[in-house]
Design a protein around this ligand. Structure first.
Ligand SMILES: NC(=O)c1ccc[n+]([C@@H]2O[C@H](COP(=O)([O-])OP(=O)(O)OC[C@H]3O[C@@H](n4cnc5c(N)ncnc54)[C@H](O)[C@@H]3O)[C@@H](O)[C@H]2O)c1
Length: 362
């Protein structure tokens, strides 16, 4: 089958590596407007056919039913290539965040549905990993009782994309190119994870804030206007049962960094490390008035890593197999969570997201 990569940067190269692990041979095409990026890509993947224009690549041959296009450009360049690729009759797997705005995300899904194609989002990197499936299985078993509270905090002291991480890609710092800061960068994974585990039919974002702590190495010669610390207080509802969720994410904070993901119920709690699949999962419960803590057995690790998962999941979806991919409405719903969180932080007005929504309306 054929895989078309738009954007030959850091993550475009990662997807090309993942393609080699699929269960059939892949013909690789790549397009980038930057000749240096194309050269670097082709040095690593000499089998790829390269193009300096997206239009030229997509019109170079007729679409086949299982063609996949990966859009791995910065967020401000997600919409146009996605539209072109869907209109050319191909499925599209778009990097996170799906879009710059809900309006853009809706447009993508509408075009996908019109052409009977799938638009997926790469935010599903962690879905299907053994530790995640273990968490879901423990919840389903009912041994936690009535779940009433979730803590989901990933607070790093210095890990800003475009500064400490991948300093060559300064676009991360400019909201006109990235759409936002740490929430646009990591929020897609956070919400894909939370929504997978809790499968809500409605999410209420009751309160939220964003902040941009200042450091002595903040660049002043380029636009740097994105948040690096964000938090929200949400109510996840499933079958009219509310779960209160404390969400926090930081790539720069002066407070102490820590990671804590914990689900609390009336009969027990569960603690895990969402973005480090090698860490154990712990269950705690009461025995005769004393807390008992046990490590929960997780299933065997597969040969696929978090870097392979977005393409692997989407490939399975396109092939009609069982899959952890988030496509069309589900991808849109997850993006809606991020967008609504920004709105609540800005306006102070609570927002509700209907996660059971089917079909797209603008
Ligand atoms: N770097 C990471 O670790 C990482 C991880 C997961 C997801 N992502 C996401 O992947 C996307 C790309 O990030 P990256 O780190 O690979 O960026 P990057 O800066 O390394 O590469 C982006 C590439 O896109 C090309 N490009 C820009 N506009 C284009 C256009 N209109 N047509 C064709 N090519 C164009 C650029 O020339 C560049 O080569 C972003 O949405 C990002 O959030 C990045």
């Amino acid at each position: 089958m054929r895989l078309y990569i738009i954007g030959a940067g850091v993550i475009g190269r990662t997807h090309a590596e993942a393609a080699n692990k699929l269960s059939e041979p892949i013909q690789l095409r790549v397009a980038d407007t930057n000749p240096n990026a194309l050269t670097m890509f082709c040095e690593k993947f000499p089998e790829a056919t390269s193009f300096s224009s997206v239009e030229e690549m997509l019109s170079s041959e007729a679409a086949q039913h299982d063609d996949i296009v990966i859009v791995s450009t910065p967020p401000m360049a997600h919409l146009d290539p996605t539209k072109l690729a869907l209109e050319s009759g191909r499925h599209v797997l778009c990097e996170k965040p799906l879009a710059m705005s809900v309006t853009q995300a809706k447009e993508m899904v509408q075009i996908a549905e019109k052409h009977n194609r799938s638009i997926g989002c790469c935010s599903v990197r962690f879905k299907g990993m053994p530790h995640m499936e273990t968490v879901k299985n423990v919840i389903r078993s009912g041994c936690l009782g009535d779940i009433y509270h979730v803590t989901f905090v990933n607070k790093w002291e210095r890990s800003r994309s475009g500064i400490e991480y991948q300093p060559t890609s300064r676009w991360f710092l400019d909201s006109k190119q990235s759409g936002g800061g740490v929430l646009m960068d990591w929020g897609p994974y956070d919400f894909a994870t939370l929504n997978d585990i809790l499968s809500p039919d409605k999410i209420e974002i009751n309160a939220a804030w964003i902040a941009k702590p200042i450091t002595e190495i903040d660049p002043s010669d380029i636009p740097f206007d994105v948040e690096t610390h964000v938090s929200a207080f949400m109510t996840y509802n499933k079958d009219n049962h509310p779960i209160q969720v404390h969400y926090e994410r930081a790539s720069c904070a002066h407070g102490e960094g820590y990671v804590k993901a914990e689900i609390e119920g009336t009969l027990g709690s569960l603690r895990w490390t969402p973005f480090d699949s090698k860490q154990p999962v712990f269950r705690r419960y009461d025995h005769q008035g004393q807390i008992v803590e046990e490590q929960v057995e997780t299933g065997p690790r597969s040969e696929y890593t978090i870097f392979d998962n977005p393409l692997l999941h989407f490939y399975r979806k396109v092939k009609g197999l069982e899959s952890h991919a988030n496509v069309n409405q589900q991808a849109l719903n997850n993006f809606q969570c991020i967008s609504s969180l920004y709105s609540v932080a800005e306006t102070g007005q609570k927002q509700t997201i209907d996660m059971a929504q089917k079909g797209v309306t603008i």
